[in-house]
Design a protein around this ligand. Structure first.
Ligand SMILES: Nc1ncnc2c1ncn2[C@@H]1O[C@H](COP(=O)(O)OP(=O)(O)OP(=O)(O)O)[C@@H](O)[C@H]1O
Length: 320
């Protein structure tokens, strides 16, 4: 039997604080080799801090981090040629032209990828002679990704890789990351885009307030406890205690989660009986539905059920 490859990243009991803010709260997670693993969570959840610790830019205040079996701070030199890092803030000198910067980074590596190929794949030709500071946000992202890839890393850390990209370039980037996976490259990415995690990731770690709150493949996470959801949106704010009252009408096989004053999520068997119970409840409570939508459960729904908040809402100043 083949021996399973060692995990590419192991984070064990990581704690990171900034003053009084507990940014990462005893976080443990693994990234299996050859996968695309997404770290998903709202703003301020601790994703960037965790990634920066794995990249060796921050020293763990408690707990341990191992990257390709090595300590990212102590073994930084050994890891540098093996790990590609795409920073959120670009990481290039402000006056340097885009392609010039990429050629410079390529020259630092023993067996770089073809710069021309990366320029073509990431649509950088149009801005190749533009100084870094004059690039749009999306162009800076693409250059940052090209710089992370040019050294043929075994492991790639990408922080919000497609933020600010237009939809066509975002899809081209996803294709590129999938090709790298086919070549055995491990990618760890942070994202707010559920579509990105659902489309790309083999494994998703959901983080909130510095803690791991769920982990699994997108399929496992969205299918556990019922594959479908009903979203009820009403024309006026719900009466008090509406979620509890609707929950009592529907029974324990379903779960009612408030989304906001005029919207609820119902998870469980989305059959004719559930739908008719929901409409009868609306009628009894004088509530007029604006929409009653049946859909596949998404990672957004999973996050809402676990935290009571939507992913777009900030984590609220760390874990305290
Ligand atoms: N340099 C810093 N100094 C002080 N507090 C910080 C610093 N960097 C992050 N924080 C705080 O630590 C917490 C976690 O931040 P972090 O950037 O790791 O989260 P994130 O999930 O990556 O968020 P985002 O998606 O906005 O990048 C937040 O409360 C943030 O305000």
């Amino acid at each position: 039997m083949p021996v399973p490859a060692a995990p590419a990243v192991v984070v064990d009991g990581l704690v990171m604080r900034y003053g009084d803010t507990l940014a990462v709260d005893a976080l443990s997670l693994r990234v299996e080799s050859g996968t695309i693993t997404a770290v998903l969570g709202p703003n301020g959840a601790g994703k960037t801090t965790t990634l920066e610790t794995c990249e060796g830019y921050r020293r763990p205040q408690a707990g341990t981090v191992r990257v390709l079996g090595l300590d990212p701070v102590r073994d930084r030199r050994a890891l540098l040629p093996r790990v590609g890092v795409m920073l959120q803030a670009g990481g290039a000198w402000s006056g340097v032209r885009a392609v010039e910067m990429l050629r410079h980074v390529a020259a630092l590596h023993a067996q770089p990828l073809s710069v021309d190929l990366l320029v073509e794949r990431l649509g950088l030709a149009e801005c190749g002679r533009t100084p870094f500071r004059r690039l749009s946000g999306g162009q800076q992202q693409r250059l940052g990704l090209a710089m992370a890839l040019v050294g043929r890393p075994e492991l790639l850390f990408v922080d919000e890789p497609t933020a600010g990209m237009d939809p066509a370039v975002r899809r081209a980037t996803w294709d590129l990351l999938e090709e790298l996976r086919a070549d055995g490259v491990t990618t760890v990415l942070t994202t707010h885009y559920l579509e990105e995690a659902e489309r790309l990731a083999d494994h998703v770690h959901v983080i909130d307030r510095g803690r791991l709150i769920a982990s699994g493949s997108p399929f496992e996470l969205t299918r556990a406890g019922g594959a479908t959801t009903i979203r009820l949106v009403v024309t006026e704010p719900f009466p008090p205690h509406a979620p509890a009252s609707l929950q009592a009408s529907l029974g324990p096989a379903t779960e009612v989660t408030p989304v906001n004053a005029q919207s609820l999520l119902i998870t469980g068997p989305a059959d004719a009986s559930t739908l008719s119970t929901v409409s009868a409840w609306c009628e009894r409570h004088g509530v007029l539905p604006e929409s009653l939508t049946l859909g596949q459960r998404t990672l957004e729904d999973v996050f809402l059920q676990l935290t009571g908040r939507e992913l777009g809402e900030p984590a609220g100043g760390g874990a305290r």
